[in-house]
Design a protein around this ligand. Structure first.
Ligand code: SAH
Ligand code: SF4
Length: 400
């Protein structure tokens, strides 16, 4: 299935071409914890006795009001504002393109300095999906992904680097900026109500930055999105699953996609390292999972590959004893993939079987297909990868 419509409102705000990118001269304060902010204030000479109060003010301006410059922070003295502006910025990742789908989904292409070679830049994508009762922001955790799941576009990308906590929080801030969604919106409503770590990258292979970022996103004196409205999706990095429950405490989603190790090894190669049995044990041990806070099992529907009724039966059997819900995702095609999405009546049969076995099994409606913004379609066009390089990356990921 190919996207049927052209982007309706593709707005390109191309600023600098990648080759002439100039990295920021000063560090941004976005993404720092309160303790780190206090240290930075110490660095510019704010007295220890004043730091706590100043941190509180800064936190409010940065994360509650969404201030885009130190000048806006009127409750902070002019002297300190000037000092701050001399050493730091409140910059978010640079938006280089914005696309708006026919269905209202928006995709932003963001530019970031490369970690090792500051003269170069990387790009990641971030997607906003409005629905009647919520607005979900799909956030990236890495540039590309080392894991190369065979059905995922991001996995075919060459360059990989972990995003910093600031670059992860920065995506939510960009969305709030662009959607006029800070605390002073006139009607008091919010556009971004939910966050899912389902963009580019494997969040549990960038644990510390993802944890630090999500603690900021969930902080109720700042961005204030409740942890129950934040979902972290993993392809199954078993050792970090329980840690995520303990240290981050958000909702968990597992990209299962297959119920037999042989097939899962092929679809999600990380399965060779952490097979299904170990993965499900980690889910049973996930702190905070309960009937009211179920773990979501994502299952991409691939025609003739994993969509038989036998698969559905085994799925139900496997999930016994796990507080689970199942999310069926119609496969979203991308240029060059060999997979096809299951036929609609097969998806319905599969879903019905699971439903009759007592699981809620919503089929996720693909959103933003016309702008390649749906699950697994994100990838920066600038960073292509040959089959051989993909193989090498996969081998690297398997041995670390
Ligand atoms: N790396 C993490 C999070 C990002 S992917 C993970 O794998 O869980 C978010 C979800 O999109 C995952 O469930 C992933 O398996 C799914 N996905 C990837 N490619 C897809 C595609 N082409 N069509 C539908 N879903 C896809
Ligand atoms: Fe990486 Fe997730 Fe895509 Fe697999 S599905 S390649 S883990 S982003």
């Amino acid at each position: 299935m190919q996207p049927t419509t052209e982007p309706r409102d593709a707005i390109l705000v191309e600023k600098t071409p990648l080759e002439t990118y100039v990295p920021p001269a000063k560090p941004s304060l976005i993404g720092l914890s309160r303790t780190e902010l206090a240290d930075r204030l110490g660095d510019i000479g704010v007295a220890p006795a004043q730091r706590k109060m100043r941190v509180q003010q800064l936190w409010h301006w940065l994360y509650f009001r969404g201030a885009q410059s130190f000048d806006d922070m009127t409750s902070i003295s002019k002297g300190i504002r000037a000092e701050l502006a001399e050493h730091f910025t409140v910059d978010r990742p640079e938006v280089v393109a914005e696309q708006i789908s026919n269905d209202g989904t928006r995709k932003w292409l963001l530019r970031l300095p490369s970690g090792d070679n500051v003269e170069k830049a990387h790009e990641v994508e971030c997607v906003y999906i409005p629905e009647t009762d919520r607005g979900t922001l799909c956030v990236s955790s890495q540039v590309g992904c080392t894991l190369n799941c065979s059905f995922c576009h991001t996995g075919t990308q060459r360059l990989v680097r972990n995003l910093t906590a600031g670059e992860i929080v920065g995506q939510i801030m960009v969305a709030r900026d662009r959607l006029n969604d800070w605390a002073d919106r006139e009607d008091g409503t919010r556009r971004v109500t939910n966050v899912v770590m389902m963009g580019m990258g494997e969040p549990l292979y960038n644990f510390d930055a993802v944890r630090d970022a999500l603690l900021i996103v969930g902080d109720n004196e700042g961005i204030g999105i409740s942890r129950r409205r934040i979902t972290l999706s993993t392809s199954g990095v078993v050792p970090n699953i329980v840690r995520a429950g303990e240290e981050i405490g958000v909702m968990l989603a597992i990209s299962l996609h297959a119920v037999r190790d042989e097939l899962r090894n092929e679809l999600v190669p990380l399965n060779r390292k952490y097979p299904i049995k170990e993965l499900l044990q980690a889910c049973r041990d996930y702190p905070g999972a309960s009937n009211a806070r179920r773990i979501t099992f994502e299952y991409v529907m691939l025609k003739g590959v994993n969509d038989s009724l036998d698969d559905a039966k085994l799925l139900v059997k496997l999930l016994k004893g796990v507080h689970a819900k199942i999310n069926l995702i119609p496969f979203n095609p991308w240029p060059g993939t060999a997979y096809e999405c299951s036929d609609w009546d097969q998806i319905e049969k599969f879903s019905e079987y699971i439903f009759n076995a007592g699981y809620s099994s919503p089929v996720r409606t693909p959103r933003g297909r016309d702008i390649l913004a749906a699950c697994g379609q994100l990838k920066s066009e600038t960073e292509k990868l040959s089959a051989r390089e993909r193989q090498a990356l996969r081998a690297m990921a398997m041995t670390d």
